[in-house]
Design a protein around this ligand. Structure first.
Ligand SMILES: [Fe+2]
Ligand SMILES: [Fe+2]
Length: 308
């Protein structure tokens, strides 16, 4: 881990972005305009693929497409706040010489830039958004404390917040030219820096989980699929407040998120790197695998094998 951290620390200096200097916010083609078809949800999106969505007026399709991106970024801002608080907590437990003590600060700085960037994009859309609500919100205040008492558990929350959205953003970036340039720029900066964050979290878990006692390992094996399943849902499905605002019928949400193969494939793809990690560090077993299937976060082929 020591060498990997030195590499990460150097990379944090080489490729870094500023939320204002590196995004051309005021260039004319960066404004959001409901005449722009690039704001629509693509057919590869489970909701975008429904007949209900396709039969909406063009302006509604675009407004909802943009609104969904803003809703995701708003939840992303909350996740990043939880992550940053936890990293600061963790940093204080580490030796001054430990390169991880430096790395967590690079990561906090980057998350602050992301949060600035997300906030600016949401404000420019002019659309109202909500972050985490209810129990999720309450829970989000306790998670950072774990970084001190049970850091391995904390880092699985980190992966739950970062892995599914990272995958969704990479998928969107592959549709070059079909994504609004401002959204594309913000996503590109984000995935570049997230790659380092994911590698730090994974490296930390690979090193530390095998040293844990049996009880904590069993606890993690049981909790990880639940965390990952819940957090993927929060990030990849249209939240209730947005569904109400656009009067999306519940049958349409079921069709998009409970019945179709598109959403399952996306959930599994977003969880794939975490699944590989838990297999490598021995946090799987027949009982907990059922939880992975219940949350539909195992790869479709593994899913099919399990059913056979
Ligand atoms: Fe971020
Ligand atoms: Fe991150």
């Amino acid at each position: 881990m020591h060498h990997a951290l030195t590499v990460l620390n150097r990379a944090s200096l080489r490729r870094r972005f500023d939320a204002y200097a590196d995004v051309p916010w005021d260039e004319p083609d960066m404004t959001f305009d409901l005449d722009d078809p690039r704001l629509e949800l693509p057919v590869s999106d489970p909701l975008g693929a429904t007949d209900w969505y396709r039969s909406q007026p063009a302006e509604t399709r675009r407004r909802l497409g943009l609104h969904f991106v803003c809703a995701q970024l708003r939840v992303g801002m909350d996740f990043e706040a939880v992550l940053s608080e936890g990293l600061l907590e963790l940093g204080r437990t580490l030796e001054l010489e430990d390169p991880a003590r430096r790395y967590v600060l690079h990561e906090v700085i980057e998350e602050a830039q992301h949060t600035l960037m997300f906030r600016e994009l949401i404000l420019r859309s002019g659309l109202p958004t909500q972050g985490l609500t209810g129990l999720d919100r309450l829970h989000s205040y306790t998670v950072p404390k774990l970084a001190r008492s049970f850091p391995e558990y904390f880092f699985f929350f980190v992966l739950g917040g970062e892995a599914p959205i990272d995958h969704a953003q990479r998928e969107a970036l592959r549709r070059r030219g079909e994504v609004h340039p401002l959204i594309e720029r913000v996503m590109r900066i984000h995935v570049t820096e997230e790659a380092r964050h994911l590698s730090f979290a994974e490296g930390f878990l690979r090193e530390r989980v095998p040293r844990l006692g049996r009880a904590r390992r069993a606890f993690l094996a049981f909790r990880v699929p639940i965390i990952l399943g819940e957090m993927s849902k929060r990030m990849l499905e249209v939240p209730g407040w947005l569904a109400r605002e656009y009067r999306i019928p519940s049958a349409v949400r079921r069709e998009a998120y409970r019945q179709g193969p598109l959403h399952d494939a996306r959930l599994a793809a977003g969880a794939r790197s975490v699944r590989r990690l838990v297999e490598d560090i021995g946090l799987t077993g027949p009982v907990t695998d059922r939880l992975w299937r219940h949350w539909r976060i195992t790869a479709p082929d593994a899913h099919a094998r399990a059913l056979a």
